[in-house]
Design a protein around this ligand. Structure first.
Ligand code: PLP
Length: 435
């Protein structure tokens, strides 16, 4: 171990450290606090499900598992439409959404809310699409170089742009529901209304990789054509599964779309999924985990899941405001229930602060991404948490901030405790739902 980083030598395919796995697991006493905005902590109940024996993915038991998760996941997206489950991280599902519905050179309107919206647009360019990036351009003294990174999607800007597109050259509008790099939640229904207002036929694609199972999401009611999500956030799963939710219009577009696709092709997937199977080897054990996660969410009820995220988010924001630090999201009506981005004073390197907190308290915070590198840290309050994990995170942040020499206005921990005491959870969270 050097500077807290594992170091060992690998030569000719062999490593000089045969105990690598044990060392990776060797955290300080007690457990590691994974408070990044995904991957979120995985409940033991899901880990136990994942540890079941791997079965034949062409055998009869697997078909039952497949049908059950393919049907159960629809409730979380609030859809009656097909959901495709990929053995891939969210980035794969981004690519799948575009490559199944569009053709080379197609114009795509993408809204820049932050780092993930930007990455998605770069992926689209690499696929050969013609990308137009839209974003809020007002003045922002805290982040003059990236004002739209402190705000959610302003649907009126989308409407204005579409109104000028008489020839319907724009084939898709892409937005990120919960921008994980900033902690901003956008109103998807408003984007749908913007398209409808000008009767524009573009497909609506929404990334809810970190919004799903943290905030209300309605694929069918909001008229989304392709929803993209992933397993490692609100679903409380490890990384490794991602999703495309389709619509009739998206399926129709897939018939004439000419972007090359093979692994991502919906057609083969839908065919195999009809009987609960995959066209290739699926990650069976993650599907066991998904089945358990869906049961946990079903038994708790989605409304309660959203309410506890809201409550933790409000607690964390009250603490950040008590410290006197700016929240990255500058629009209170668009605060994310899944995470809070915090801006550090210009002279404080946010990554050095994160490192200090990691070393001292064995707690991981999200790093500042892209234009927020070094200026921001992100507190995840999503998935399998409870009041004490949220408060412990605030304790680590407050102690770390003081240690780093940041002058705090007051104690965020005190305010956070006060907030939770004044806003008790309506019912205790069932232990079986967090373990
Ligand atoms: N979109 C959003 C909103 C994300 O938060 C992430 C990852 O955190 C991604 C896309 C990319 O997903 P992945 O890292 O799983 O490929």
């Amino acid at each position: 171990m050097r500077d807290g980083i594992l170091s060992f030598e690998c030569r000719d395919g062999y490593c000089d450290n045969p105990l690598l796995m044990m060392q990776l697991d060797a955290h300080a006493s007690g457990h590691h606090w994974l408070q990044v905005p995904g991957p979120s902590p995985v409940p033991d109940r899901i880990l136990r499900a994942i540890s079941l024996p791997t079965i034949d993915h062409r055998g009869p038991e697997f078909g039952q598992l497949g049908l059950s998760v393919l049907s159960g996941i629809k409730n979380v997206f609030r859809t009656q439409q097909p959901v495709i489950i990929y053995c891939a991280s969210g980035t794969g599902a981004w690519e799948a959404a575009l490559s199944n519905t569009l053709s080379p050179g197609d114009r795509v309107l993408m809204y820049e809310t932050g780092h993930f919206a930007t990455l998605w647009s770069q992926l689209a360019i690499r696929l050969g699409l013609s990308v137009e990036l839209l974003g809020w351009q007002g003045a922002d003294p805290e982040l003059p170089g990236a004002p739209s990174w402190r705000r959610g999607v302003h649907a009126e800007l989308i409407e204005q742009r579409l109104r000028r597109d008489d020839a319907y050259t724009i084939k898709a509008v892409c937005v990120v529901h919960n921008e994980t790099s900033t902690g901003t939640l956008s109103e998807v229904a408003a984007v749908r209304r913007a398209l409808d207002e000008v009767r524009h036929p573009a497909l609506l694609m929404v990334d809810t990789i970190s919004g799903l199972a943290c905030a209300d999401y309605r694929h069918d009611d909001w008229g989304v054509d392709v929803t993209i999500s992933g397993s490692q956030k609100g679903l409380m799963m490890p990384p490794g599964l991602s999703f495309n939710v389709l619509s009739r219009r998206a399926l129709q577009a897939a018939k004439s779309a000419r972007l090359p696709r093979s692994y991502w092709s919906w057609e083969e997937m839908l065919d195999a999924n009809r009987t609960g199977y995959w066209p290739y080897t699926p990650n069976t054990n993650l599907l066991y985990g998904l089945s358990e996660a869906l049961e946990m969410l079903r038994s708790e009820g989605l409304e309660k899941v959203f309410a506890r995220h809201q409550r933790w988010g409000a607690c964390v924001r009250a603490a950040v405001q008590a410290w006197g630090l700016p929240i990255v999201c500058a629009e209170p009506e668009r605060y994310s229930p899944a995470l809070t981005g915090v801006l550090t004073p210009a002279e404080v390197d946010a990554d050095a602060l994160r490192r200090l907190i990691y070393d001292r308290f064995d707690l991981s915070l999200g790093t500042g991404l892209g234009k927020l590198k070094g200026r921001s840290f992100r507190i995840g309050h999503l998935g399998a948490s409870n009041d004490l994990t949220v408060l412990a995170t605030l304790v680590a942040c407050e102690m770390g901030l003081k240690e780093a020499g940041v002058r705090l206005k007051s104690s965020g921990v005190q305010i956070g405790m006060h907030y939770l005491a004044q806003h008790p959870a309506p019912e205790p969270i069932l232990k079986s739902n967090t373990q």
